[in-house]
Design a protein around this ligand. Structure first.
Ligand code: ZN
Length: 470
């Protein structure tokens, strides 16, 4: 009201303004000191409360520079938890991790709270564990495995992953990893699905429809990934695509297999095509490992993994009758950079057959392999090495025997494989082995380690042939 205001003297105005300023200052000081106090309390005692649950938060440095591990542990009797997660100097990454952790924790505590209100006296558990995998110079994969139990029949087990460029601090998505290319996504999806379908451990456990759904070429299907050693791994939750006995399936795709699908920043250095070397170069040692009589769903796969470990290339002489049963394995052999040869349809002594039947053994296998891998086998090896000029004249590709017989079929002893190679070792050798004997797969690592130590390069039969015809 204007009348009243007019009556108020300037002294009163001055006092009122002074009072307001004083009060505001006092309030501000209280608020700030309270915040300061809170902050000090957290950092000093590292004790905080969340929904009245006491937990101990601690941060430790790790073996990886600039990456810290945060532990959040509660020993509460009803709602214990143990949570470990990574922390870097990058705020966006820390926020993303913390969002996942906070959601997991709140979800757990609120479910347990509901249980309590419904008088369900059950002891819960939340455990989030952390694995860290460095890749190349500055990439890191973090794999968080969550085990959540709130009173159901079984604990829920799930995986969350983060992949970062530690130099820039940024999070890297599966889209970025695959160069934002839908074709790369489709190819990857096929690899993942095939790998799951041929995994013997999952054989009778897969939920077929769920598997198809979870491996459709959608980005969101493949955002749980990590690069571990030489593989790109994909994680599936327990019960997501298979029964509980299968656990939480992991698909491991060798980087050498999927290298072309990756954006260039993430590719591995593949051996460049070797420059033409003068034949008989004394400084270069090479050897061609060959595996006959397969493919075999278990033994061949194990051999492929061992070869990958040494970045070794080899040649697989396959039987048409077995390719018919295991075309996927034949495709995998090719995809992983090896040579595929023809070893007849069902392993007869060709020289005892009519010429027509003998040639038939070649042509039927040639067609079966082409059907499986979309290309023709490039070399032929007759069973038992038994052939003659009449047969050879009918075969349009090189007919190749061997120079070192490991006798792996006879000894069936993993320990015997290396001595048998060593005793006959020479440059430009072609080594005969069989990918149908478990002992051969088991003994191969020692052979590769030894030969690599001796400076041998592992090449295919077609690659070694020019050096044998000097
Ligand atoms: Zn054979």
């Amino acid at each position: 009201m204007p009348e009243r205001r007019k009556k108020r003297g300037p002294m009163i105005d001055f006092l009122l303004i002074g009072l307001i300023i004083t009060l505001t200052t006092i309030i501000l000081v209280i608020i700030l000191s309270k915040d300061d106090f809170k902050f000090q309390k957290i950092s000093a005692s590292k004790e905080t409360t969340s929904e009245s649950i006491k937990s101990n938060l601690s941060t430790e440095s790790s073996a990886f520079p600039g990456i810290r591990i945060v532990s959040d542990v509660s020993n509460d009797k009803r709602t214990p938890f143990a949570i470990h997660y990574p922390e870097t100097d990058n705020k966006a990454f820390n926020d993303a991790v913390l969002q996942y952790i906070t959601e997991s924790k709140e979800n757990y505590l609120s479910t347990m709270n509901k249980n309590k209100n419904e008088d369900k006296e059950v002891m819960g558990e939340l455990n989030i564990s952390l694995e860290t995998f460095p890749y190349q110079k500055h990439y890191y994969s973090f794999v968080l495995t969550k085990m959540l139990y709130t009173g159901g029949a079984n604990p829920e087990v799930s995986t969350k992953t983060f992949f970062i460029n530690h130099k820039t601090g940024e999070l890297i998505s599966i889209e970025t990893l695959l160069n934002n290319d839908k074709n790369n996504l489709s190819a990857l999806a096929t690899h993942v699905r095939n790998d799951l379908q041929k995994n013997l451990k999952l054989k009778d456990e897969l939920f077929k429809e769920d598997l198809i759904k979870s491996t459709e070429p959608k980005w969101s299907n493949f955002n749980r990934f990590a690069i571990v050693d030489d593989s790109l791994q994909f994680y599936f939750d327990k019960y997501e695509i298979a029964s509980g006995t299968a656990g939480s399936p992991i698909v491991k795709l060798p980087l050498s297999l999927i290298n072309p699908l990756l954006a260039s920043d993430f590719q591995i250095a593949m051996e460049k095509p070797t420059k033409p070397i003068t034949i008989g170069d004394p400084n270069k040692k090479r050897i061609a490992l060959t595996f006959d009589d397969g493919p075999h769903p278990k033994v061949t796969e194990q051999i492929l993994n061992t070869l990958d470990k040494y970045h070794a290339k080899a040649t697989f002489f396959m039987l048409g009758s077995r390719v018919q049963y295991y075309p996927d394995i034949a495709r995998d052999v090719l995809a992983r950079g090896h040579e595929i040869g023809n070893h007849s349809w069902n392993h007869p002594v060709l020289t005892k057959l009519s010429l027509e039947s003998a040639v038939n053994q070649y042509t039927s296998t040639d067609a079966e392999i082409e059907k499986a891998i979309n290309q023709k086998p490039t070399v032929f090896r007759p069973p038992y090495g038994a052939t003659n000029d009449a047969i050879n004249a009918q075969i349009p590709i090189p007919v190749v025997l061997w120079t070192i017989d490991t006798l792996d079929w006879k000894y069936r002893n993993a320990q015997q494989l290396l001595p048998n190679v060593k005793n006959n070792l020479h440059n430009n050798a072609i080594v005969l082995m069989h990918d149908i004997h478990q002992s051969t797969a088991d003994g191969l690592d020692a052979v590769l380690a030894y030969l690599q130590g001796q400076g041998y390069e592992f090449v295919t039969v077609s690659e070694i042939l020019p050096y044998r015809q000097k």
